[in-house]
Design a protein around this ligand. Structure first.
Ligand SMILES: C[S@@+](CC[C@H](N)C(=O)[O-])C[C@H]1O[C@@H](n2cnc3c(N)ncnc32)[C@H](O)[C@@H]1O
Length: 541
């Protein structure tokens, strides 16, 4: 596949979801840097690095919409260029394609003339941006010699990253069992393997070895993706594409667990029948939970809000011996609560950083985990990786949600709903929650079928959630409109057109300003429009 350019921007069709991906990764970079640099509290003084392994040119040209946008690497440079507090942030951009590399330099010169950058050999280690035009093995050695501090690596290939390359970077960075300080984002176009794209043909639906040359090639590429053939029996089946995509995501997560305790698969549906995932990998529960929170906020998924007070009351009823005087909590409860709230997939072991923060004494932690396991709140499972055999802890656990549900009345976090076409993240989005617990997101100006009851009305809607921004101080907050009031109804050719108002009052958490938001929904002919809204002292974000 030849590379095409528009000026210095890589030409990509909107179909690939490039716009959405660049936007979300770009926004995430600044959230991630804010936290890992120590934030305001530490004066952003901790060294951090963003490393892109497929940097491109910094700019993308979206041929569908004919617009030039910042690619993810462009966002990284922009963060460095626009925020004076990023002095301890370094950007390393690896691009092995010669034309991309030279255009990346053009973009830097033209767009960010004040940014100081260097090419390898990296003689001046204090540069803002380091450009590396090497293949991955060489690039990894160079990067490793740069002493980067907390680092975020983004693998953003056009098709897929061979496992050997992920493994190579991880092996250099992670020298101890699930070492913290390194995070990966890995992009994978999940649906391509089953629907095909360009030269990649769909994987066959049988594992009988009777494959066409194109299918054989796709299989070999998938072998490269996983670095083994173990995936074949799960993906070369006649199951539905949906099921095989879920299997692919689970298998790939498991592969990434080789190096990372926490792997969050963030789904995106840029178009009907297209699905890609960003796999966010961290060894620090806060890293994984911040990533997830970022996605949940960005896509207006429901927040996970398990009830601490009720859960604790039930816990004490079952285990009165664990009651402590006053407001103190037993180590067992503190650990269990922390895992429920922050540990992606409910995974944990004695070396989790968050558990260490709760109880520094290793023996006390070990005993608490053993107690939680003996009571059925945790289930001991096999380690997710064969690495670290000589140094990993003896016991590895996951939450037993059945027991937690029965004993404490706490449910697991809701499944993530992909950001899909009807909800355009570049316009304000609302979340509609139905009485049966299902949800849908709509962006302003969009229209969706299937939300009404059999009379074409919105009686099934439980509430509308939205994020608003205070017009006085710019602080954001979530509001919930519980009453969906029918305001008026006009008889039209295809039945009634009904106008609804979903209103919510709120007070700005920072400046105390009173705010009101009124969201207008219209149903007509079984379609629902999110037409407009009125904000008093606030706007939807
Ligand atoms: C799609 S680019 C993404 C770049 C960057 N992360 C961004 O968001 O702008 C990923 C990589 O694909 C490579 N590539 C290979 N063949 C390509 C093609 N036909 N079109 C676009 N990129 C291609 C480029 O060298 C680049 O490193």
């Amino acid at each position: 596949m030849g590379l095409e350019f528009h000026d210095d921007a890589i030409v990509l069709s909107g179909e690939t979801g490039t716009r959405l991906k660049s936007h979300i990764v770009g926004s995430y970079y600044s959230t991630w840097w804010n936290i890992t640099s120590g934030g305001d509290g530490l004066g952003f003084s901790l060294p951090t690095a963003i490393v892109e392994l497929n940097a491109g040119t910094g700019l993308n040209f979206i041929s569908d919409t004919k617009e030039v946008i910042l690619g993810s690497s462009g966002h990284a440079i922009e963060l460095k260029a626009s925020n004076p507090k990023t002095t301890k942030l370094r950007i390393a951009l690896v691009e092995n394609h010669p034309e991309c590399f030279s255009r990346l330099k053009n973009v830097l010169r033209k767009r960010w003339p004040s940014i100081k950058w260097s090419e390898r050999p990296l003689t001046e280690p204090s540069m803002d941006v380091h450009l590396i035009d090497a293949s991955l093995p060489t690039a990894v050695d160079i990067i490793q010699s740069m002493s980067l501090g907390n680092s975020l690596f983004f693998f953003d290939p056009l098709l897929y990253t061979p496992w050997s390359e992920i493994d190579r970077v991880a092996r250099k960075r992670l020298e101890r069992y699930y070492q913290t300080g390194t995070e990966f984002i890995v992009f994978l176009f999940t649906s391509d393997w089953f629907r095909g794209r360009g030269e990649l043909k769909p994987l066959p639906t049988s594992n009988d070895g009777k494959w066409s040359p194109d299918q054989q090639k796709a299989i070999e590429q998938c072998d490269e993706l996983f670095g083994n053939q173990n995936w074949r029996k799960k993906l070369l089946t006649s199951d539905s594409i949906g099921k095989r995509m879920n299997n692919l995501v689970d298998l790939y997560k498991l592969r990434l667990h080789t190096w990372f305790r926490y792997v969050v698969a963030l789904p995106f549906e840029p178009k009907k029948d297209q699905m890609y995932h960003l796999f966010m990998c961290s060894n620090y529960e806060d890293g994984a939970s911040i990533t997830k929170k970022f996605y949940v906020d960005f896509t207006k998924n429901s927040k996970y809000t398990p009830n601490n007070i009720q859960g604790y009351a039930k816990f004490i009823k079952h285990h009165p011996a664990k009651k402590m005087p006053g407001n103190s909590r037993s180590i067992e409860w503190k650990i269990l609560w922390s895992i429920i709230q922050y540990h992606e997939e409910g995974l944990c072991d004695i070396e989790c950083r968050g558990l260490f923060r709760i109880e520094k004494n290793q023996e006390a932690r070990t005993q608490a985990l053993k107690w939680l396991s003996s009571e059925g709140y945790l289930r001991e499972i096999k380690h997710l990786t064969d690495e670290w055999k000589s140094s990993r802890p003896d016991n590895f656990y996951e939450l037993n949600w059945e027991k937690i549900g029965t004993n404490l009345g706490i449910e697991p976090p809701p499944r993530l709903i992909p950001l899909s076409k009807p909800a355009d993240p570049f316009r304000p989005i609302i979340l509609i929650v139905f009485k049966d617990g299902s949800q849908v997101r709509m962006s302003q100006g969009s229209s969706l079928g299937g939300l009404t009851d059999e009379d074409g009305m919105l009686t099934n809607v439980e509430r509308v959630e939205a994020d608003i921004s205070c017009e006085v101080c710019g602080t954001n907050r979530r509001v919930i409109a519980q009453d969906i009031e029918e305001v008026s109804s006009d008889e039209q050719e295809m039945g009634p057109e009904v106008f609804y108002s979903a209103k919510s009052d709120a007070v700005c958490k920072k400046c105390g300003k009173d705010m009101e938001i009124d969201i207008e929904l219209i149903t007509y002919a079984y379609n629902t429009d999110f037409h407009n809204y009125n904000g008093s002292n606030c706007k939807l974000v």
